[in-house]
Structures are given as C-alpha cells and as structure tokens.
Design a protein around this ligand. Sequence first.
Ligand SMILES: Nc1ncnc2c1ncn2[C@@H]1O[C@H](COP(=O)(O)OP(=O)(O)O)[C@@H](O)[C@H]1O
Ligand SMILES: [Mg+2]
Length: 222
Amino acid sequence: MKKPLLEVKNLTVKRGDKTVLRNFNLSLGWGEKLVLAGANGVGKTTFAETVLGFLPFEGEIFFSGKPIRDKKDFRNLRKKVGYVFQNPDDQLFMPTVRGELSFGPENLGLPPGAIGERVERVARKLGIKRLLDKSVFELSYGQKRLVSIACVLTMEPQLLILDEPTNGLDRENWERVANFLKKTEKAVLVITHDRELINYLRWKVIYLSEINFVSSLNLQFG
Ligand SMILES: Nc1ncnc2c1ncn2[C@@H]1O[C@H](COP(=O)(O)OP(=O)(O)O)[C@@H](O)[C@H]1O
Ligand SMILES: [Mg+2]
C-alpha cells in the first residue's frame, strides 16, 4: 500500500511554556482532502507552522514516507507543500501581482517561458488575470487572499495547506475560494472554522480541541 503523503505522529509543540499540541496524530493520503477545525487558539496555525518547519517539535513528521527532521528536509518539503498564510499580508512582499506569482517558480529555477505560462494559467483559474499588473498595495483584502493562494499554486505543490482561507472575504471572493477548493485535484488541508465552507466542501473533518483545558482540570483536582 502506498504510504500517506503527510503523516504526523505524536506531535508535541510548545509555545513559550504552554504546550499547544500534545501527541497529535494526522495522516493525509495522496490527493486526499481534509478540514482541520477547532476553536480559536487550539493550535491549528501552530500545527501548520510546525509541519512547514517553522517551530521546534517532538514527535515524527513524514512526507511521502520520508522522515522530515533537519533544516534541509524542511527546505525540500517547503518546495512540495504550499502554505497559504492566515494573513495574506504576511505572505505578499513583491511590488506587483505578477512578480508575486512568479517568485516561487523563479526560485525553483524554471525558464522564463514556463514561468509566464504557469502564472497565466493559475491567474485564469482563480479569476485574477486582470490583477496581474497591479501593485499588491492596490488590492482589497479578498484580492490579496486570492493572490496569496495563486502564488502558492504556481509552485505546483503536491499538498496545499490553507490557513483560514475564507476569513474576512466578501461573497464574490468567498465563492471563488470555495469553488477552487471544491474542484482542485490536489491533496489539501484546509484549516478553518467557517461552518458554511465545511458544509459546502463535505470533506472529512478533524477537530482539534484545547488540550490545556484538560490539564488545568487535572491541576484543580490533582
Ligand atoms: N507567536 C506565538 N508566541 C507564543 N505563543 C503563541 C504564538 N502564536 C500562538 N501562540 C499560542 O499558541 C496557542 C495556539 O495558537 P494558534 O496555533 O494560533 O491557534 P489557532 O490557529 O487554532 O487559532 C494559543 O494559545 C496562542 O496563544
Ligand atoms: Mg490560526
């Protein structure tokens, strides 16, 4: 049987002296789609940031069956896992939308023709072709969200992780993002507590709950 695309075993992550995730397990197959849900502050973003290699952790992370341990492993993983940040302003930094969408494939060392092709194709898919020559500063929040998704897609990742992708979107952009997610054939992990999106996608949902609630009860009665 083929190994899962992403497998996380007994993941424990601390932020400061607070244990945010404890012995968390998750497995996602090739092409599989999952929703990671849970209240504010339970550690959804922490999970994503750990998988991308931004935070120290205990436990095991495997990507296409290979253990991911050191900096080099995570650098390689980030070429295959596209992460759309919770806040698009944390992600976008190039002067133009076209520059933003080209940045990833340029870093992968693709020739200019192939980059231009990818940029056009992804922009068409997300309905943002008319934004390509705009400055990122001219964009609305919803447009920035679409651009942040697009600039991850131009890397052609094997797995997409999107953190609260529909937060703060108007109806039109909500539908663009939701439709894109529904249609894509990639493996996707969507972090969200948008009920409407969860109902619309009808994907398997994993709920993360507040582990520290349990440990504080233990303290009280222990
Ligand atoms: N940069 C940080 N430094 C310290 N603690 C943090 C930081 N970011 C988040 N936390 C803490 O980690 C916990 C989980 O946060 P987060 O992963 O952002 O949750 P979620 O994405 O589910 O809302 C929260 O209790 C939060 O206070
Ligand atoms: Mg979050």
